[in-house]
Design a protein around this ligand. Structure first.
Ligand SMILES: [Zn+2]
Length: 860
């Protein structure tokens, strides 16, 4: 039984047999306000290479009313197991399928949301990876492209947006019909519909004679917060930059961006109709890091219009290339586009993408960037730090290796050659080889077909005057966790070495050398005879993907003067190195805390500040010796209060420290300050205690037993939006009582009615580091329930539960043992096994780091 799965082999067979011309899709969403099901009618025209053969079309639906193939009705029994069997094909075929499909509340397929502010219903589709089949019958694989014509009936007063330009609706009475023009040939997973009383703001991108209509949409309840001008500004920078670099005009007729509710991912690159999570419409003050991330997301999706939508991977094994390219493109555009507000994007890339990649690449589930993707279940758990972040890091390394000009020349040839088609990795590498003249086969094998992170270390010999006698870059093979797939090899690295000296208290780069590292030892003759600088930084500018260690003298300078680097990128690299060492047990948590407390004072990059704040909290909760943990937490909370009071009024740093204090507060004084800020009896000059900060303050007060249900209800009365409901659900799950935990658990595990967002909020509130004892009984309950969850819930919903409810705060050997016992007895499917094995690795790492911290405590 395939269930909802589809194997690569099946997809290959079907692609060899079929050529799909077009889909005519009629959806009757007239009763969307009531929910339930909707009528979906699909007429698909396709040809078969070998008439007489049979195939199947995909559909996930409660029921099918009619199947007609080439004028002959087929017995509805042909619909089984999420497929409709299609026997006896002709050379040219017409299939008509009438089905009743279901609205969802999981963010997959056609998501239905009711806004508590206006009581109105809002719909949007999310189809990647295989969920277009939840809305209409189709051949659900990326290489069977076709033209799609949508005709949609909705309640009067609604707007409908799709891939093709928005038409004038027709009809009268309670409903209207929106008939869209056919799309260009595209894959099923990037088709889209957004429908409801959304409001739009419009603009236009112009370049010479080119005119591209632009739209930005959100729910009316968010309209007052929608800064459409800022969205348009970044979008236009992206159009300018990508059109020039890709030498290919934007391929679709218009470009709409729709902020939609309860969206699982950051955004989705539907052709000409990008959907984005509507937390990106900021209703409270956020730091500049949030604006930067939103801009990056906007550029990422825009880059996909060419890379992904115009030229599409043949199968999901090249998902990494699709995502890595868009992730690289967002960063390079921000770094280089004229007028960019975030030219330091490579700092953010180092700080976020690299950190994500390094973490993922050290899990037992790590895998080569080119992963085996045998079926849809494989790909659904592969939207991971390897696919997005390591892939993008390696792409950055490839650009350093072939040179940026040659890289974009190759990309230009690739778009021209494969426009509207499907490709595999060799198509891109071939174009890059032609443009650069470099052989990429060895490079590709070393970087794409292997797993893990190389370690680069300096080996330094000085003479009596402190001059360098020899300088060697040592490369170590990755230490792959047991069970990891892929070979651990040395790789070619194009890197820079930065030389930094202290000048008037600032760490300034005085020179930079770029070189190729290959093999276990690479001599650097350029440095011989020079006086040793204060800091020698390997992989400066972050060109390559490697763990970097500092020599002892450089480490001492950095530990004392981390904040003194004048550039943000070397600071981010040193922060990253320190964090990596902490995770590896090479730096004790108490020493990382000391570094954070001193280094953050000089850290101006707000994104880095917020990362270090999160990492410090995580280290204290997970990696600290339990005997010392409380002391560490108290030092951290005290520092947060001090920094909050010292920060410039109204600054991003002030807000970041306020949130940090809200999460860390433990003494009566600190909790009293939170309560005072909430009721207005305490004021920190310049700090706006707005809607979201109020919830953050209240959440801590509830979790520590300082505020009760009544306070939560009162806050919900002030903020009776969907966000308010989510915050309230999270707060209730955070209450420090056995009854509250049982209630939260029941609502997620034993019932399946929560929407994706409310469920996520409940899980977030349930898991509290300070409530280890209350949570302890749920370890056994987790293992009893998890397999059933995997088997009965949708992909997104089950993943939230499997990852989110794992007993992560029970850092004990017993948790590892219980996990092993479950793995041995439950015989989980590979995708489920992978998620649990990753969670188990977190416990093992925490146990090792705690031992390192304990040892440091014993010495100190
Ligand atoms: Zn993407």
């Amino acid at each position: 039984m395939p269930g909802t799965n589809l194997t690569r082999e099946e997809a290959r067979t079907r692609a060899a047999l079929l050529h799909v011309e077009s889909y005519d899709i009629e959806l009757d969403l007239g009763s969307a306000r009531d929910g339930g099901t909707f009528r979906s009618t699909t007429v698909v025209r396709f040809s078969a290479a070998t008439p007489g053969d049979s195939t199947f079309i995909d559909l996930v639906a409660p029921s099918v009313a009619e199947i007609v193939l080439n004028g002959e009705p087929l017995d509805p029994a042909h619909f089984a197991d999420s497929r409709i069997a299609l026997p006896g094909l002709l050379a040219d075929n017409e299939l008509r399928v009438v089905a009743d499909c279901a609205y969802t509340n999981t963010g997959e397929g056609l998501h239905r949301f009711v806004d508590p502010v206006d009581g109105e219903t809002y719909l949007y589709t999310q189809f990647e990876v295989p969920d277009a089949r939840r809305v209409f019958a189709n051949f659900e694989q990326p290489d069977l492209k076709a033209a799609f014509r949508f005709t949609v009936t909705v309640p009067a007063g609604w707007v409908v947006v799709s891939n093709s330009p928005t038409p004038e609706p027709s009809g009268e009475g309670d409903t209207r019909v929106w008939a869209f023009e056919p799309t260009p040939r595209m894959s099923t997973y990037i088709t889209a519909l957004v429908a409801g009383p959304y409001v739009g703001v419009f603009d236009e991108y112009t370049a010479g004679a080119q005119r591209v209509p632009l739209g930005v949409y959100c729910r009316p309840s968010l309209r007052e917060f929608l800064d459409a001008d800022a969205v348009f500004a970044v979008t236009k920078q992206g159009f300018d930059y990508f059109q020039e670099k890709f030498d290919f005009a934007y391929p679709f007729a218009k470009y709409d961006q729709l902020f939609v509710p309860e969206f699982n991912a950051g955004a989705m690159e539907n052709a000409g109709a990008v959907t984005l999570r509507d937390q990106y419409v900021f209703r409270s003050k956020v730091t500049d890091a949030s604006y930067e991330m939103r801009a990056a997301t906007i550029l990422h999706e825009l880059a996909h219009m060419w890379f992904g939508d115009l030229v599409t991977m043949e199968w999901w094994n090249d998902l990494w290339l699709n995502e890595s390219f868009a992730t690289f493109a967002e960063a390079v555009c921000q770094a280089e586009a004229p007028g960019s507000k975030w030219p330091h994007s490579w700092t953010t890339f180092a700080n976020q993408m690299k950190t994500w990649a390094y973490r993922q690449d050290q899990l037992p589930s790590t895998h080569p960037i080119m992963a085996e993707i045998n079926d849809l279940e494989d790909v659904q758990v592969n939207f991971d730090g390897i696919t997005y972040a390591k892939g993008a890091s390696v792409l950055k390394q490839l650009v350093a290796y072939v040179g940026q000009d040659a890289f974009f020349q190759g990309v230009q040839a690739y778009f021209k050659r494969h426009a509207w088609g499907n490709t595999t990795l060799p198509d891109l590498l071939g174009a890059l080889e032609e443009a650069s003249g470099r052989d990429l086969k060895t490079w590709s094998k070393a970087w794409l077909e292997t797993a893990g992170i190389n370690v680069l270390r300096p080996e330094l010999h000085l003479d009596g005057n402190g001059d360098i006698e020899s300088f060697t870059v040592l490369q170590e093979a990755p230490a792959l966790p047991a069970g990891a797939r892929g070979e651990a090899v040395l790789r070619p690295h194009r890197i820079a070495v930065g030389l930094y000296d202290l000048v008037d208290g600032a760490l300034v780069r005085t020179d930079r050398i770029e070189l190729d590292v290959d093999g276990p030892r690479t001599e650097v003759p350029e440095l011989v005879g020079r006086h040793r600088p204060a800091v020698l930084l390997l992989n400066d500018d972050d060109l390559s993907y490697a763990k970097v260690r500092l020599d002892e003298d450089s480490l001492a300078v950095v530990t004392e003067h981390l904040g003194a680097f004048t550039d943000s990128l070397p600071r981010a690299l040193c922060w990253s190195s320190a964090w990596d060492m902490t995770r590896d047990g090479e730096l004790a948590t108490r020493d990382y805390l000391s570094l954070a407390l001193s280094g953050l004072q000089g850290e101006s990059d707000i994104g880095v500040v917020q990362s270090v704040q999160r990492q410090t909290k995580l280290a204290l909760e997970m990696y600290a010796d339990p005997a010392w943990r409380e002391e560490g937490l108290q030092r951290w909370a005290a520092a947060a209060e001090e920094q909050l009071r010292a920060a410039a009024p109204g600054s991003d740093h002030q807000l970041a420290w306020a949130r940090t204090l809200a999460a860390a507060a433990r003494t009566d004084g600190q909790l009293g300050l939170l309560a005072g800020l909430l009721d207005g009896s305490e004021v920190v000059e310049g700090l706006a205690v707005d809607t979201d900060l109020r919830w953050t303050l209240l959440a801590r007060l509830v979790a520590t037993g300082r505020a009760d249900d009544k306070a939560v209800n009162a806050e919900l009365a002030r903020d009776s939006t969907s966000s308010g409901q989510e915050h309230a659900a999270s707060c209730r799950a955070a209450r420090p009582t056995a009854a509250a935990k049982a209630e939260a658990w029941e609502s997620v595990v034993e019932s399946d009615t929560l929407t994706n967002y409310v469920q996520e909020a409940v899980i977030g509130g349930f898991q509290q580091a300070d409530q280890r004892e209350l949570l302890a009984p749920y370890a056994a309950k987790y293992f009893a329930a998890v397999k059933g969850i995997w088997e009965t819930r949708s992909h997104e919903i089950s993943q939230q539960i499997i990852v989110g409810l794992y007993p992560a705060y029970q850092v004990e050997q017993a948790t590892v043992d219980a996990t092993d016992a479950w793995l041995a007895s439950a015989d989980p499917a590979p995708a489920l096994r992978r998620q649990v094995v990753e969670a188990r690795a977190g416990i093992e790492r925490a146990l090792r780091a705690q031992a390192a911290d304990r040892a440091a405590g014993a010495q100190g």
